[in-house]
Design a binder for this molecule. Sequence first.
Ligand code: AMP
Length: 112
Amino acid sequence: MNDCIFCKIANKEIPTDFVYSDDKVVAFRDVNPQAPVHILVIPREHFDSALAVKDSSVWNSLLDAAVKIAKKFDLEGKGFRMVINTGEQGGQSVPHLHLHLLAGRNLGWPPG
Ligand code: AMP
Protein backbone atom coordinates (compact mmCIF):
# COMPACT_ATOMS: atom_id res chain seq x y z
CA MET A 1 0.00 0.00 0.00
CA ASN A 2 1.79 3.11 -1.28
CA ASP A 3 -0.02 5.66 0.86
CA CYS A 4 -0.28 3.69 4.11
CA ILE A 5 1.57 5.40 6.97
CA PHE A 6 2.11 2.14 8.88
CA CYS A 7 3.48 0.43 5.75
CA LYS A 8 5.92 3.34 5.45
CA ILE A 9 6.92 2.91 9.10
CA ALA A 10 7.37 -0.85 8.66
CA ASN A 11 9.46 -0.27 5.51
CA LYS A 12 11.58 2.40 7.26
CA GLU A 13 10.45 5.01 4.71
CA ILE A 14 9.44 6.98 7.82
CA PRO A 15 12.30 6.71 10.35
CA THR A 16 10.89 5.21 13.55
CA ASP A 17 12.50 3.54 16.55
CA PHE A 18 11.23 -0.01 16.81
CA VAL A 19 10.88 -1.43 20.31
CA TYR A 20 10.60 -4.85 18.66
CA SER A 21 10.92 -6.28 15.17
CA ASP A 22 11.03 -9.67 13.53
CA ASP A 23 10.40 -10.92 10.01
CA LYS A 24 6.60 -10.60 10.36
CA VAL A 25 6.00 -7.78 12.84
CA VAL A 26 7.31 -4.41 13.98
CA ALA A 27 6.38 -2.43 17.10
CA PHE A 28 6.85 1.21 17.98
CA ARG A 29 5.56 3.79 20.46
CA ASP A 30 2.22 5.45 19.74
CA VAL A 31 2.69 9.13 18.79
CA ASN A 32 -0.26 10.07 21.04
CA PRO A 33 0.12 7.79 24.06
CA GLN A 34 -2.96 6.98 26.13
CA ALA A 35 -0.96 5.36 28.92
CA PRO A 36 2.65 5.46 30.18
CA VAL A 37 3.32 2.44 27.98
CA HIS A 38 1.49 2.61 24.63
CA ILE A 39 3.01 0.53 21.89
CA LEU A 40 1.59 -0.34 18.48
CA VAL A 41 2.32 -3.82 17.17
CA ILE A 42 1.73 -4.19 13.42
CA PRO A 43 2.23 -6.86 10.79
CA ARG A 44 4.74 -5.91 8.09
CA GLU A 45 2.16 -7.09 5.56
CA HIS A 46 -0.71 -4.70 4.92
CA PHE A 47 -4.20 -5.65 6.10
CA ASP A 48 -6.85 -2.93 6.17
CA SER A 49 -8.20 -4.29 9.45
CA ALA A 50 -8.69 -7.48 11.46
CA LEU A 51 -11.42 -8.40 8.99
CA ALA A 52 -8.94 -8.74 6.13
CA VAL A 53 -6.86 -11.44 7.84
CA LYS A 54 -7.37 -14.86 6.27
CA ASP A 55 -4.32 -16.69 7.60
CA SER A 56 -4.36 -17.36 11.34
CA SER A 57 -0.55 -17.28 11.48
CA VAL A 58 -0.89 -13.48 11.32
CA TRP A 59 -2.60 -13.60 14.71
CA ASN A 60 0.10 -15.90 16.06
CA SER A 61 2.81 -13.42 14.99
CA LEU A 62 1.01 -10.37 16.34
CA LEU A 63 -0.01 -11.81 19.71
CA ASP A 64 3.27 -13.61 20.24
CA ALA A 65 5.17 -10.36 19.61
CA ALA A 66 2.86 -8.38 21.91
CA VAL A 67 3.40 -10.80 24.80
CA LYS A 68 7.18 -10.77 24.20
CA ILE A 69 7.12 -6.96 24.32
CA ALA A 70 5.04 -6.99 27.52
CA LYS A 71 7.68 -9.21 29.13
CA LYS A 72 10.50 -7.03 27.76
CA PHE A 73 8.85 -4.02 29.42
CA ASP A 74 8.45 -5.94 32.73
CA LEU A 75 4.67 -5.74 32.61
CA GLU A 76 4.01 -9.25 33.92
CA GLY A 77 3.52 -8.12 37.52
CA LYS A 78 1.10 -5.21 37.11
CA GLY A 79 -0.60 -6.25 33.90
CA PHE A 80 -1.41 -4.71 30.56
CA ARG A 81 -4.13 -4.53 27.92
CA MET A 82 -4.11 -5.51 24.25
CA VAL A 83 -6.66 -3.81 21.97
CA ILE A 84 -7.44 -4.07 18.25
CA ASN A 85 -9.83 -1.33 17.20
CA THR A 86 -11.75 -2.37 14.10
CA GLY A 87 -13.89 -0.22 11.85
CA GLU A 88 -15.68 3.05 12.47
CA GLN A 89 -17.52 2.25 15.68
CA GLY A 90 -14.52 0.28 16.90
CA GLY A 91 -12.50 3.49 16.79
CA GLN A 92 -10.03 2.46 14.09
CA SER A 93 -8.37 5.55 12.59
CA VAL A 94 -5.43 3.98 10.71
CA PRO A 95 -6.43 1.39 8.10
CA HIS A 96 -3.49 -0.97 8.67
CA LEU A 97 -4.07 -3.72 11.23
CA HIS A 98 -2.48 -2.83 14.57
CA LEU A 99 -2.60 -4.00 18.15
CA HIS A 100 -2.38 -1.46 20.96
CA LEU A 101 -0.37 -2.60 23.99
CA LEU A 102 -1.29 -0.36 26.92
CA ALA A 103 0.08 -0.38 30.44
CA GLY A 104 1.46 1.68 33.30
CA ARG A 105 -1.79 2.90 34.85
CA ASN A 106 -5.13 1.47 35.94
CA LEU A 107 -7.08 1.02 32.72
CA GLY A 108 -10.80 1.62 33.10
CA TRP A 109 -13.48 -0.83 32.04
CA PRO A 110 -15.55 -0.61 29.94
CA PRO A 111 -13.39 1.42 27.57
CA GLY A 112 -14.91 4.62 26.19
P1 AMP B 1 -6.54 3.37 15.95
O1 AMP B 1 -7.33 4.57 16.35
O2 AMP B 1 -6.88 2.14 16.72
O3 AMP B 1 -6.58 3.16 14.46
O4 AMP B 1 -5.05 3.68 16.37
C1 AMP B 1 -4.16 4.37 15.54
C2 AMP B 1 -3.08 4.86 16.43
O5 AMP B 1 -1.98 5.21 15.63
C3 AMP B 1 -3.44 6.09 17.25
O6 AMP B 1 -3.32 5.79 18.64
C4 AMP B 1 -2.43 7.14 16.79
O7 AMP B 1 -1.99 7.95 17.85
C5 AMP B 1 -1.32 6.28 16.25
N1 AMP B 1 -0.49 6.87 15.22
C6 AMP B 1 -0.89 7.48 14.08
N2 AMP B 1 0.17 7.86 13.36
C7 AMP B 1 1.27 7.45 14.03
C8 AMP B 1 2.67 7.53 13.80
N3 AMP B 1 3.17 8.13 12.72
N4 AMP B 1 3.52 7.03 14.73
C9 AMP B 1 3.03 6.44 15.83
N5 AMP B 1 1.72 6.32 16.11
C10 AMP B 1 0.85 6.82 15.22
